[in-house]
Structures are given as C-alpha cells and as structure tokens.
Design a protein around this ligand. Structure first.
Ligand SMILES: [Mg+2]
Length: 672
C-alpha cells in the first residue's frame, strides 16, 4: 500500500543512536572519573597526580561533556537558560581554571599556592558532574517514548495481496499496491479486506472492530461499504475497489497516529524552569564577586576577583541536578510496573498529574469487550438447563460472538451438548436445526416471523431485557416460543467504583464510543456518566480530544481498540488497556496491564507522588550548592580567611547526590 511517507523506522533508530551515544560517553567518562575522584578524595596534590588528573579529565570534559556544551551554547543563543547552561558554565570554568592552575601555577598569588608549589584544582568536580549528568541523560533517553511501532503494526493490518478478477473472469493474486480504483476483488471467508470499496456481489458479515471497537460483526450485502483491514466472516463476496493506497481509511488512521505523535508539545522540564531563574542569579553573583574583590579586596585584586568569580560559577553548578528528575522517574516507573501500570513514556506520567479531563472508550474499556449470556428466561414445563442445552448444541455450528456467549455459559455449567441435524445458518437472522427430531430455531424477531412463531407471551420479558441493553435471541421449538436468551457486553466489575472515584477527584469524564447511541445511553446511565458521544469513527474520537485540548483542558484518553489509536496518540496522556489491541498499547503512553480502570487513579497518585519527589530532589540538588555560593563569593574571608576550596565543593557534591538518590529510592516503597 503506497502510504504517506511516515518514516517510522528511521525515527526509532535515531532515538536509539542518541541513547547509545550517551551510553558510551557515560561509561568512558565513568572509568576516567574514578581515579580523578579517588585521588582528589585522598587529597593527593603532587604535581604528578595533578598532571594525571588533567590528562584523565580532558576527554571527560571535552568529549563526554561535549553534548552539554553544545546545548549550553544554544541556550545562550536562544536566551533561554536551562540545566545545560549551568552544567556547561560550571564544568567549563572548573576545567579551564584547573588547567591553568596545573600548567601555570606561578601566576597565582602566594595565598593560593600549596607547600608543594601546586594550586588547588577542581578536576574532580568537573568529571563527577559530567558523569552524573550523562547517567541522568542515559536514564531519560531509555525511558523516552518510542514512536514507530504503532505505525508499523497498523500497516500490517492490511493484507499484502488481493485476489483480483480480470475482465476475462480469470482470477489473479496481485500485490495490494497494484490494486487500482475500479478493480473487482474476490474476498473469501476469514480473509482481511485489502482496500476500501463497495460489495457488488454476494453477502457476508464483517468484523469491523477496527473502525467501531465492537466485536459484533456487521451484516453486509450488495451495495454495502467495506473497509480495508477489516475481517470478512463466513461469506464470500466480490467488491469493487474505490479507495486505494493513501486514500484508504486505514492509511488515514496511520497518518493520524503518526501526525498526533509528532505534534505533541514537548513537556517543559521542571529543572529548566528553575534554571531560568537560577542562571541569571548565579551570573549576577559572580559579577558582583568580581567587582567587590577587584575593587576592595587584597592584592593582586584582579586575580582575587577572577578566581573568586570563577569559584562562584563552579560551586553553583549542582551535580545532582542532572539526576534529580531521571532518578525519580526511573524508580517511579518501576513502582508502577509492580502495580500493573506499564509506563512507556515517562514524560507523560509527569503530565498525568495535571489531567482534568478523561475520555473513555466504551467497549473493552468500560466494559469487558466480549458479549456474555446475562439473561435467560423460559416457560414451564421447560427447564433453563434444557434451553441452554438446545441453544448451545445448535450454536456450536456458528462463529458469531453471540453464539460464543451461549456456548461459554453452557460449558461453565458443564451442560453436555447434543449433535443436531439439518443445521441451517440464516445470515443476519439466526440458526435452525433438529435436536432429537424436534425443530429448533434460535434467532431474532425476523427469524421467528419467518417461522411463524407467536411471540406475544414473550413481549413483557423482552422489554425487560432490552432496557438492560441486552441483545435478545428467541428460542422456539416446533414454532412454539420456549425461551429468551439475553446477551450483552457487561461492564467490568471494577468500572463503577473507578468512575466514581475519578468523578470525586474532579476529573471531567466523557465517553466516546463507536457503538450505537442506544448502547452508549444505557452504559452512560448505568455509570452516571453525563457526557457521551456515540457512533464515532476513529478520526472523530481524535477530533473530540483535540477539541477538548483547544478549550485548554489537559486530556487523558483511555481505550483498547485500533479505532482508539489516533485519539490515544493525540491525548496528553494515552492510556491503553492491557487486554486490548497491540496498536492501542503502542499508541499510548501508559498501559494498564489488567485493563482495570482503578489503575488510572493509582497512576494519577503515582504521578503526584513522583512529581513531589522530583521537587524534593531539585531542592536537594540546589540547596548545598546554593549554601556554597556565599562562601565562594568570599563572605567568610574577612573574618575566617576561608575561600572556596575543592573540599567544600566536594562536600556539596556528595551531600546533594546522596540526598537525591536516597530520596528517589523512597518511591519504591510508596503505597498507591
Ligand atoms: Mg474498545
């Protein structure tokens, strides 16, 4: 199928290559950092050691930290300071200062020179910061959303070939992208329909769950529209292709998912928001330090001014900053997985906290998605077991989901089945056959009319079943109505409580279903949902989400079907049922493994606790270094003669990293 260029594969490879790049930078930097860190911790300051540190630090800063300098430079150009501005400034000046101190120690005034003729260096600070930030970046990239697989899976929905009927009536198997508008195609039982078109001969039932999310097959006969990617039932028909390639509905769904995934607004990192204030404050502090020392400090004033201004920039670079978010996210994602909440896009978990509107799919999301036998009524002298036995024995010959519901119940109750004779399937009506020499008919009103069965005694029961949203099958024995079977797709046990909880928490709920208006009304009434839309096609679900977003709402979408995929990709947070289709899961940020809606409330709580943890981490990342800034600026110098030393910088670094890691690990034990 010739589709719009979506390039899913290359995009994913790009993601991977960035991760692999960060990973190799991290490991190399870690190995080089260890000796620098150890010797600095041991306060080894001989010229040989310092030269060694210089040689090991150079690749860590210039190669390992290169991506951060690039981003820092871009942030200066865009005048929007972020985390990398701080990292770039701090590690850059630490490296330059220390390099000058190793190469030309003599240019420093006497007060800076140790007994062995060396000057204190900050190589350790530069290497540790870069290594930790690389670790954070690696964790973040690993957690990042991978687009592409949803698209690939969607493309696989269309069969690769089609059976084309030529002018001379011969049939030929052709590749699906060789099918042209106007071609006649034969569709055999159980086959996927290759392109969109109209039935010109024959009839069948078609599983259109791709479009509607409904498992119940739809009856199609001459003149009926069929859609590429949907699955033919037991009949055979000939269709005339009228939309092929990029024009098919399936291609349009693919396009919608891919566009929605690309157009999502990037979530601004909390770190960057803070950095926007912190960076100017640090620069002002450094400039003030320089002005004060070079104006009123000891001689040589200019050197003292420069060295202390540099010290302010070094200490202000919080090494744990790069870890604050990724650590919490990593632990939070692990905690979610334990509770059956699989988080594919960790950034989306951050937005989940702010979600104020939840759009639900109905079938398979609020409900179980499979019809079940709910109602069973019979009239004396017949027993319910007999009714089930006759019905299930006959329905064994049918592939209809309604039949499956009846057979499953009979199996659960261990009812032994009989072998009927003269079975006839009446497409769109029901099934007839003979059991123990008695003619049995099971089906809808039209089938009963056809067999002249009097339904008057069943009308009252019929209304009861219908009110509950059940699809009714009449059972007749030799033209006498003997019972009613009611089948419906039941609401999941966990749904009512989950819906109530979400309503209590102030989230606006809207149900968006591909099912009929009546079915939507019944479910909405049972669950007290006031806002619902019915008979929506995949693109209409997506438009609904877009409309809510344009009203300034933060929208989460929960769904299970292929028809939900565009809306799931469009929503701020897409939530798929683990019991649903792979495509829905691939298009989503979060998968609820058990398909249990109560997990949404849990995920929201996790999101809330994780955001709080990130904020605490940011506090720890900033606080020790911020306390160091006045020392670096020389506030203690007039009285105690203390200036910033690598030791103070080392203490600030250790305290902040240990606090951040320990705090993030607390998330493992939280109750959600
Ligand atoms: Mg569904």
């Amino acid at each position: 199928m010739a589709l719009e260029p979506v390039e899913p594969a290359s995009e994913q490879e790009e993601d991977q290559s960035e991760f692999k790049d960060m990973r190799s930078r991290f490991w190399v930097s870690l190995i080089l950092t260890l000796p620098v860190f150890t010797t600095a911790m041991l306060h080894l300051t001989s010229p040989l050691i310092l030269w060694g540190q210089f040689i090991l630090t150079t690749p860590v800063v210039l190669w390992g930290g290169w991506p951060f300098f690039v981003r820092a430079w871009q942030s200066f150009q865009n005048k929007s300071p972020n985390m990398f501005t701080l990292i770039g400034m701090g590690t850059g000046v630490a490296y330059l200062y220390s390099t000058i101190a190793v190469l030309w120690p003599n240019i420093f005034p006497g007060g800076f020179i140790n007994k062995d003729g060396t000057v204190a260096v900050y190589f350790e600070a530069a290497t540790v910061i870069i290594t930790l930030v690389l670790l954070g970046q690696m964790l973040e990239l690993r957690a990042r959303h991978q687009t592409g697989s949803a698209i690939r899976e969607l493309l696989n929905l269309a069969p690769p070939t089609a059976l084309k009927i030529n002018q001379d009536r011969t049939e030929e198997l052709v590749l699906v992208d060789q099918v042209n508008v106007g071609d006649r195609l034969r569709i055999k039982p159980g086959e996927k329909i290759p392109v969109d078109g109209v039935i010109v001969e024959g009839q069948s039932s078609v599983d259109e769950s791709m479009l509607s999310g409904e498992a119940m097959p739809v009856q199609k006969s001459t003149g009926g529209r069929v859609t590429g990617g949907t699955v033919n039932g037991v009949g055979t028909f000939i269709m005339k292709a009228d939309r092929v390639g990029a024009d098919t509905l399936l291609a349009q769904i693919v396009k919608m998912v891919s566009e929605a995934q690309r157009s999502r607004a990037p979530i601004q990192n909390l770190v960057d928001k803070l950095a926007a204030y912190f960076v100017p404050a640090v620069i002002i502090s450094a400039v003030m330090t320089f002005i004060i020392w070079s104006g009123w400090g000891p001689h040589p004033r200019l050197v003292y001014g420069l060295v202390n201004a540099v010290a302010v920039l070094i200490i202000a670079c919080p090494c744990a900053l790069g870890l604050a978010t990724p650590m919490s996210v990593m632990v939070g994602v692990g905690r979610g997985a334990k509770a059956g909440i699989l988080i594919k896009n960790a950034l989306a978990l951050q937005s989940l906290e702010k979600v104020d509107t939840l759009v639900f799919d109905k079938t398979g999301t609020l409900t179980e998605g499979k019809p079940r036998l709910i109602g069973l009524h019979t009239w004396e002298p017949h027993r319910k077991e007999d009714l089930l036995k006759w019905a299930a024995s006959l329905e064994m010959a049918s592939e209809h989901p309604l039949a499956a519901a009846v057979i499953n119940t009979a199996r659960e109750l261990n009812i032994s089945l009989l072998t009927p004779k003269n079975i006839e399937i009446h497409r769109g009506l029901g099934i007839t056959g003979e059991i123990d020499g008695v003619h049995i008919a099971i089906g809808n009103r039209a089938l009963m009319d056809q067999h002249q069965v009097n339904l008057s005694k069943g009308e009252e029961k019929f209304l009861d079943f219908e009110k509950d949203g059940q699809t009714i099958m009449f059972v007749a024995r030799d033209k006498n109505l003997v019972g009613l079977l009611g089948v419906k797709d039941p609401i999941k046990d966990s749904t009512p409580e989950a819906v109530e909880d979400l309503q209590d928490s102030g989230v606006g709920l809207t149900m968006a279903t591909g099912d009929s208006l009546i079915a939507a009304q019944i479910t909405a009434r049972l669950l007290n949902i006031n806002s619902y839309r019915a008979q929506l096609l995949p693109h209409q679900k997506k438009e609904l989400v877009e409309k809510l977003q344009s009203q300034g709402r933060k929208v989460a979408m929960a769904g299970d079907g292929i028809n939900d995929a565009p809306a799931l990709a469009q929503a701020d947070v897409g939530i798929a049922m683990g019991t649903g289709t792979d495509i829905a899961m691939e298009s989503s940020d979060i998968t609820l493994v058990h398909g249990d809606l109560k997990s949404i409330a849990q995920a929201r709580k996790l999101s809330h606790l994780m955001m709080r943890n990130i904020k605490q981490n940011l506090f720890f990342a900033f606080i020790y270094n911020s306390l160091g800034i006045p020392i670096a600026a020389g506030i203690l110098y007039p009285v105690f003669g203390i200036l910033l030393s690598p030791m103070i910088a080392g203490v600030a670094m250790s305290f902040s990293s240990v606090s951040v890691i320990a705090n993030a690990l607390r998330l493992r034990k939280i109750k959600i």
